[in-house]
Design a protein around this ligand. Structure first.
Ligand SMILES: Nc1ncnc2c1ncn2[C@@H]1O[C@H](COP(=O)(O)OP(=O)(O)OP(=O)(O)O)[C@@H](O)[C@H]1O
Length: 230
């Protein structure tokens, strides 16, 4: 059986919006999960550095944010209770945490449902609260695994707008998505991954010129073929 991810090496520049794209099963989620420390490699090791300092599980809590593809909240708790729970986990002081929660709920259009159980939310609202949890700790780098999957255009707009704002304020972003048009507008640089390996790396412009294609979709087809993946 071939490894899900193998010999991947890349650099994300400070303040950059970096995209990882590839077919289903290419290894994107596995890679992001390992970088966030929630998945351990079955063999070998993973090392990554921010500003030259190696990130450990302990330092990760204060330097990285992670917005997983699968919802990571407690459906039985309200939006406010979820945010307090995760904020405490990050060690954010109480007053600062409550202020931060109110700002985030406002930015994501969720203030009016602060005291409602998350299990009653629409898909778009769940995606937005999932994002709020991932950015509570003001991360230096934010990992997002398909942050706009399954949401309507309004929620998508709110999510991308907030990510652009965070990025303007200095947060580096590493993102994956199957919304290729969204990704074209969003990313400064991209890596294409297939069968656990990087098969293309650079700006969209450089890669499309190099491979003589028009856009990201054509680039993916050119480099990964048309055969459907398991
Ligand atoms: N828990 C698991 N146990 C065994 N194999 C797994 C597990 N999770 C993922 N894999 C395998 O690892 C490979 C990479 O999967 P991964 O989920 O990282 O791909 P992906 O690029 O994120 O795909 P998608 O676009 O469908 O989300 C696939 O071959 C997948 O079948």
């Amino acid at each position: 059986m071939s490894p899900a991810v193998s010999q991947v090496d890349f650099t994300v520049l400070k303040g950059e919006k970096f995209g990882i794209f590839g077919p289903n099963g290419a290894g994107k989620t596995t890679l992001i999960s390992m970088m966030c420390g929630i998945l351990q490699p079955t063999s070998g090791s993973i090392h990554y550095y921010i500003n030259g300092k190696e990130i450990t599980p302990k330092t990760a809590l204060h330097t990285i944010g992670y917005v997983p593809q699968d919802f990571a909240f407690y459906p039985e708790l309200t939006a406010g209770q979820n945010l307090v729970y995760f904020g405490k986990m990050y060690g954010i002081p109480t007053k600062q945490l409550h202020e931060k929660i109110n700002v985030l709920l406002e930015q994501l259009g969720l203030s009016h449902v602060k005291n409602k159980k998350v299990m009653t939310f629409s898909g778009g609202m769940k995606r937005r609260i999932n994002l709020a949890i991932g950015i509570l700790n003001d991360p230096e780098i934010l990992f997002l695994d398909e942050p706009t999957v399954g949401v309507d255009v309004q929620s998508k707009h709110a999510i991308i707008h907030l990510l652009e704002e965070l990025n303007k304020n200095g947060t580096s972003i590493l993102y994956t998505s199957h919304h290729l048009k969204e990704a074209e507008d969003f990313c400064d640089r991209i890596a294409l991954i297939d069968q656990g390996k990087i098969i293309g790396l650079g700006t969209l412009e450089a890669l499309t010129t190099q491979h003589e294609v028009e856009n990201l979709e054509e680039l993916l087809i050119r480099l990964t073929g048309k055969t459907m993946r398991d």
